[in-house]
Design a protein around this ligand. Structure first.
Ligand SMILES: [Zn+2]
Length: 565
């Protein structure tokens, strides 16, 4: 007698091998059999015509706070995710002593864009060590499985207090940090995360603690992960800010990889119109480290980042000097200048120039009219500026500025800078060294383009509509690949004996729903959520968690530990 049978699906087992028709039987939270199954079960689900895959592993989340008030990890739970990895980017809530609570909250507020009053109201803080954090979480109902990394910022704050954001650590302080990482690994963490991103500050404007670490500190803490012979090191470093930062980062890569022998998850690679060749150089660097035999992984986002802006706010153009000058003028003076032919010529010239420009695409075809404020312009909505220019028989800069000026600068434009060149995206996604899904789930709550649903958009858009890779490969990248890198041993594959974390979807229908704003953070603060279509079931440890987008009421998730205690 089985607990549950999935009848008649097509099995994508996570290995990347060709899919096949089979039933799957589950008993005691594990996969008991795969094949033609006629024995009875407590419950049988007809999944004929649907794809049956391992549950997705959302390996780059910041659910560390949210998981305490939202045990379902929404909206990841709506996208076939069955396991989340928290504690990325050096940011964790453990270890922490009571004096450090406020400082750690300050790192999440600024770097991850979460409201302070929600964090203050929602985090129970009934732990000090990483192990106590895991134990406290184990006592709560959980929808998803949760795995953690030990964050460098928390470790440094614990060992050094406020000095963690002022100076390098002493030998004794590094020794104490080593002990904290060792304790975290012993308690079951899946690795260590650090952060040297030059744009990452605490709420009070001080750099996050891990940015003060020297190479010796990074090396000694990473070596603890190496000595455990488990887990991975996750290294957030952001864009290469200065030559010194480049040298710093490459020394970290070399040292951490050599010293630990563990997989390292480093740079984020995306195609960007603003720096169209950068991705190729980044892929080359990663491949070069692999040629030397080091397990160096990069990650990418399957979602395009979309920005909405108007010419009332100049932030968008701060990297272009003439635009910046104009946008800093008072509105009336700005409008007057934007009407002048000479000014327009200079602005058009800057848009056509090359070189990094922050996150600005500098491409008129990537700028779309999102919302026109006047009725007579509604027909322009959804058109890009190049199309508008052709339609009106005038230069793009004129089409753009004439529209904005006619609407008193109220027009909302939508611009997409990343993952626009499909050939580049294909190479990035197909690289064996690139992990797919950099959701940042739980963070950046006010973004109208939330990171949930990286799997949904991969399977629905990139695989079904753009044929970027076979479905089998996409499933492997979402499941077996992250499970292998972090060492989540019994998940990420559909095989007898493995945990029954399963995701059932319709490859012909899977798609994102529109993001919507809800006010469900502690203290009623707003955030964006986003659901999916075409996802029929997600099953966690053998129990159905989600059925057609609706929570069944079950809480089958667990705190995962990197070794049995
Ligand atoms: Zn992150």
């Amino acid at each position: 007698m089985y607990d549950l049978i999935l009848k008649g699906g097509r099995v994508y087992d996570g290995s990347g091998m060709p899919s096949f028709n089979a039933d799957i039987a589950i008993r005691g939270g594990r996969i008991a059999a795969i094949g033609r199954i006629n024995e009875p079960a407590d419950k049988a689900l007809d999944v004929g015509g649907l794809a049956v895959a391992p549950g997705i592993i959302d390996f780059h989340t910041h659910f560390d706070a949210q998981i305490w008030w939202d045990p379902l990890g929404s909206s990841s739970n709506e996208h076939g995710v069955t396991t989340v990895v928290m504690g990325n980017c050096g940011l964790t809530l453990a270890p922490c002593n009571p004096e450090g609570h406020d400082a750690l909250i300050g790192t999440f507020v600024r770097v991850e864009g979460m409201p302070r009053h929600s964090l203050q109201a929602g985090i129970p803080w009934n732990w000090r060590t990483h192990g106590e954090f895991l134990d406290a979480l184990s006592c709560r109902p959980l929808g998803l499985n949760v795995a953690t990394l030990v964050g460098h910022c928390a470790v440094r704050q614990y060992a050094m207090g406020e000095a963690s954001v002022e100076r390098e650590a002493s030998d004794a302080e590094i020794s104490q940090m080593e002990e904290l990482v060792r304790q975290g690994m012993a308690a079951g963490a899946f690795g260590f995360s650090t952060n040297s991103n030059q744009t990452h500050f605490r709420e009070d404007g001080k750099p996050v603690p891990s940015r003060f670490a020297n190479l010796e500190e990074a090396e000694r803490l990473s070596r603890v992960v190496g000595a455990s012979r488990r887990g991975a090191v996750q290294f957030t470093h952001g864009a290469f800010a200065t030559p010194e930062h480049v040298a710093h980062i490459s020394r970290w890569y070399d040292t951490i990889l050599k010293e630990t022998g563990r997989p390292l998850i480093g740079e984020s690679i995306r195609h960007r119109w603003s720096e169209p060749d950068l991705w190729r150089n980044q892929l080359y660097d990663v491949a070069e480290r692999w040629r030397q035999g080091f397990a160096s992984y990069a990650m990418t986002s399957t979602r395009r980042s979309v920005r909405r802006w108007s010419l009332k706010d100049g932030e968008r153009f701060k990297a272009l000097p003439e635009w910046k000058r104009l946008m800093s003028l008072a509105p009336e003076a700005r409008k007057e200048e934007l009407g002048k032919a000479g000014t327009r010529q200079r602005l058009a010239g800057e848009m056509a120039s090359s070189g990094p420009a922050s996150d600005l695409s500098r491409r008129w075809s990537s700028v779309v009219v999102n919302r026109a404020s006047r009725v007579e312009h509604k027909g322009f909505e959804g058109k890009n500026i190049d199309e508008l220019s052709r339609l009106q028989g005038k230069a793009a800069i004129d089409a753009f500025l004439d529209l904005a000026l006619a609407e008193g600068l109220e027009t909302i434009f939508e611009e997409t800078n990343t993952q626009g060149d499909e050939q580049a995206v294909r190479e990035i996604f197909q690289s064996p060294y690139v992990m797919l899904g950099q959701s940042d789930a739980g963070a950046h709550v006010s973004s109208g383009n939330p990171g949930f649903g990286f799997g949904t958009i991969l399977l629905g858009y990139w695989v079904r509509e753009r044929s970027i890779m076979p479905l089998e490969d996409a499933i492997r990248k979402l499941t077996f690949m992250p499970a292998s890198i972090f060492g989540i041993r019994d998940r990420g594959l559909l095989r007898p004996g493995m945990a029954a974390d399963i995701f059932v979807f319709d490859p012909a229908a899977i798609d994102l729903e529109k993001p919507r704003q809800v006010n469900d953070l502690p203290e009623g603060a707003p955030r964006y959520v986003q659901g999916a279509r075409g996802i029929h079931y997600s099953i966690v440890n053998g129990a159905v968690l989600m059925e057609n987008g609706v929570h069944t009421g079950a809480y089958p998730g667990r705190v995962l530990r990197s070794q049995a205690r």
